[in-house]
Design a protein around this ligand. Structure first.
Ligand SMILES: Cc1cc2nc3c(=O)[nH]c(=O)nc-3n(C[C@H](O)[C@H](O)[C@H](O)COP(=O)(O)OP(=O)(O)OC[C@H]3O[C@@H](n4cnc5c(N)ncnc54)[C@H](O)[C@@H]3O)c2cc1C
Length: 416
């Protein structure tokens, strides 16, 4: 793999940047692989990379119905954090944040990782109680969540002038999560794709999987695609909101529902917010990109759907919530809006699991799965290579639904 470095940048500048190697190759689709990964999003590409890097399995095809990194990995608002509630979740997300911290160097790809911290703005006693509980649980696992006074919040974020004593919902307190970060989402997909390709993994874009296929004994045998049948004894489904559509082709019903989550950005402005500000009470969060655009996300659309745009009602509620905190933002023009189809498990914890069909593995329920890409990919690769869960995902198995042993993570986002 050609290294990206300042020296190489200068060298290629001399030839007009015409001799860079492609970041990944287009290769003919073969009829048989050791492992097929469906979905060239963050989780699928990361799993491909770790299968090759950690387990020496590189006879792998990653199949995507669209273009690489064109799904939710390109649609999210890039918040990376580990402020979760449950014993099963916190160590996993702590690990994911720590993998992100060194990922730019590992992949030799500038992910523009910026550990700027996140502040939760609290307006009601219920949220305050819940966030304090979260803080105590997080401290057990070394994830930092620190109380912050309202005066300190206003000093850190001077543009946050709303929520004063006379307002509808006055701000009561705030909580700082200093290791929270943002990072360029496309670069995560491209970095993993380039590194996986270098280790021998094949990436096939415009290859839709129409159905999963079982062999005579019932085990997985491969997939039917828009380009013909491809065989493998191990198949990983990492298709985000489309999981249930695909698993139903082999009669597998999962406890998942698909919802639309949306975001929008403002015109670029000078630096005005240097942390991620999240308000669970109002259902809005905002950060500022390196280009200067304010990146704004809101609550989930409560009706199940596969739409990829924003509903007018959701949009208006999110704007109203944002202006309640930042009244001066009313003068900003908004540039773009979009949405993504995300699947949620009934307890809001991801499913990374074997299923009753031997050789089939599912990674789903990632409503906040951008932050989870490194640890999700690493543990998914482990699961497929060893046919057993990595210790970090023992709580994410499907067995929890059989035994009503839910890992309830609702309430740890402004979305649900
Ligand atoms: C508006 C919005 C904001 C978000 N904000 C955050 C955030 O701030 N922080 C955070 O951690 N997470 C966030 N998320 C969630 C995060 O984006 C997802 O959880 C994560 O990207 C999902 O994993 P993925 O990258 O593997 O999925 P995707 O990138 O969606 O990859 C799945 C791939 O599967 C492909 N596919 C689907 N069906 C088939 C098929 N039949 N055959 C072949 N290919 C198929 C798709 O084309 C797609 O490329 C947000 C999501 C949205 C929509």
């Amino acid at each position: 793999m050609q290294r990206y470095s300042f020296f190489n940048l200068l060298r290629h500048a001399a030839t007009g940047h015409r001799s860079w190697q492609p970041a990944w190759r287009d290769r003919p689709l073969r009829q048989i692989y050791d492992v097929i990964i469906i979905g060239a999003g963050g989780h699928g590409l990361a799993a491909a990379y770790y299968l090759a890097r950690h387990h020496g399995i590189s006879n792998v095809a990653v199949l995507d119905m669209g273009w690489l990194g064109g799904g939710n990995i390109a649609r999210n608002t890039v918040t990376i954090r580990s402020n979760y509630m449950r014993d099963e979740s916190i160590p996993f997300f702590v690990k994911s944040v720590s993998l992100y911290e060194r990922l730019t160097r590992e992949l030799n790809f500038n992910l523009m990782f910026s550990q700027r911290g996140m502040i939760d703005v609290i307006m009601t006693p219920g949220v305050l109680r819940q966030i304090r509980r979260r803080m105590l649980a997080m401290h057990l696992y070394g994830s930092v969540y620190e109380p912050m006074s309202v005066a300190e919040l206003r000093r850190r974020v001077p543009a946050l002038t709303g929520g004063g004593p006379g307002s509808r919902l006055p701000i009561m307190a705030a909580m700082l999560h200093p290791t929270a970060a943002v990072c360029r989402h496309d670069a995560v997909a491209w970095g993993y794709a380039r590194a996986a390709d270098d280790l021998g993994v094949e990436i096939h874009q415009n290859t839709e999987v129409k159905a999963l296929l079982r062999g005579p004994g019932g085990a997985i045998a491969g997939v039917e695609t828009s380009r013909g049948t491809v065989s493998a004894r191990k198949v990983i489904v990492a298709v985000s909101g489309h999981t249930s559509t695909l698993t139903e082709t082999v009669g597998l019903r999962l406890p998942l529902q698909t919802y639309n989550l949306t975001a929008f950005v403002s015109e670029p402005v000078k630096p005005v917010v240097d942390v991620v500000v999240n308000c669970p009470d109002l259902g809005v969060y905002v950060s500022q990109s390196d280009k200067g655009e304010l990146v704004i996300g809101g609550a989930l659309d409560v009706g199940q759907s596969f739409r990829q745009d924003i509903k007018q009602g959701v949009f208006e509620n999110t704007v109203a919530a944002l202006l309640e905190l930042f009244p001066s933002f009313r003068r900003l023009k908004l540039l773009r809006q979009w949405g993504g189809a995300l699947d949620f498990a009934h307890d809001a914890t991801p499913i990374v699991s074997k299923v009753d069909i031997p050789g089939l593995y599912v990674s789903a329920g990632w409503w906040g799965g951008f932050k989870a890409v490194p640890a999700g990919g690493m543990t998914l690769a482990w699961l497929a290579a060893n046919d057993a869960p990595h210790p970090l995902i023992e709580g994410f198995g499907l067995g929890r639904f059989r035994h009503l042993d839910y890992v309830i993570e609702t309430g740890t986002t402004s979305s649900r």
